[in-house]
Write a protein that binds this ligand. Structure first.
Ligand SMILES: Nc1nc2c([nH]c(=O)n2[C@H]2C[C@H](O)[C@@H](COP(=O)(O)OP(=O)(O)OP(=O)(O)O)O2)c(=O)[nH]1
Length: 227
């Protein structure tokens, strides 16, 4: 009989700078550490003495040298490496930043690069120049939808800003193409994705307290793993 034990969550931020005027997204090429060799937004661990929003603004500045002045909240990624049950679930809070001070510049950790987010964006990853195959696997599930909400045929900055997502993905371990090594954060298995307007009635995430987020993850895990 399995014994159900709630697992810990570790808080991260992930910020996607969007240039609304030129219809571009800024991605960072990670030069070292966790996720080395991949493209992603900017972000990192939330520290004890700061809010999630403060953490987002700090990490954005540390990694890309821009100071965000207009951030929109876009929900949560819950990522779970089931090959190693001792690891915490990554709870990653996603933001877009559409106004900032300063210019993006390379840091020790990240090399920022602009990619076109075409106005004809269809939500398909095919034929897009954004390097989805060199990003974390699950990003291809939600980033096209977010870009489509801002830049797609029916998209607009106002429409984009209203979108929030909940994405719960599990990974079973696979080769990390960037390192060539087996990695528990690869090999996506289950992949549950909703926009918050979804009929499942997810509460507006900004108002979610930590306990409510924890309870939501535990409920999803119980349903999935029958624990
Ligand atoms: N989209 C996506 N983002 C991820 C995944 N895993 C993962 O850590 N991230 C994001 C969350 C953070 O924005 C970033 C990792 O942050 P980090 O390890 O560089 O954190 P940090 O800057 O605080 O770390 P450090 O200075 O102590 O090395 O990558 C994933 O599977 N998918």
């Amino acid at each position: 009989m399995s014994v159900y034990a709630p697992i810990k969550r570790k808080l991260y931020t992930l910020i996607m700078p969007l240039d609304l005027e030129n219809k571009r997204i800024l991605l960072g090429y990670k030069k070292r550490g966790f996720g080395m060799g991949k493209y992603n937004g900017f972000g990192g661990k939330v520290e004890e003495n700061e809010t999630i929003l403060e953490g987002a603004i700090r990490e954005l500045q540390e990694e890309s040298c821009i100071k965000g002045t207009d951030l929109s909240y876009h929900g949560i990624l819950f990522l779970e490496a089931i090959a190693d049950a001792t690891l915490p679930i990554l709870e990653i809070h996603v933001f877009a930043v559409t106004k900032w001070e300063g210019e993006p510049a390379e840091t020790d950790e990240m090399r920022p690069e602009w990619y076109s987010a075409s106005p004809d964006y269809t939500g398909s990853v095919v034929d897009e120049k954004i390097p989805f195959t060199q990003m974390w696997e699950e990003t291809a599930e939600w980033l096209p939808l977010l870009l489509s909400a801002y830049f797609g045929k029916d998209g607009s900055p106002e429409h984009g800003k209203q979108k929030q997502l909940v994405h719960h993905a599990t990974f079973g371990s696979a080769i990390n193409p960037e390192t060539g090594l087996e990695d528990v954060w690869h090999g996506m298995l289950d992949n549950y994705f909703v926009w918050v307007e979804d009929e499942e009635g997810i509460p507006k995430l900004e108002g979610w307290e930590s306990e409510a987020r924890g309870a939501w993850v535990e409920e999803r895990r119980k349903r999935r793993f029958g624990l």
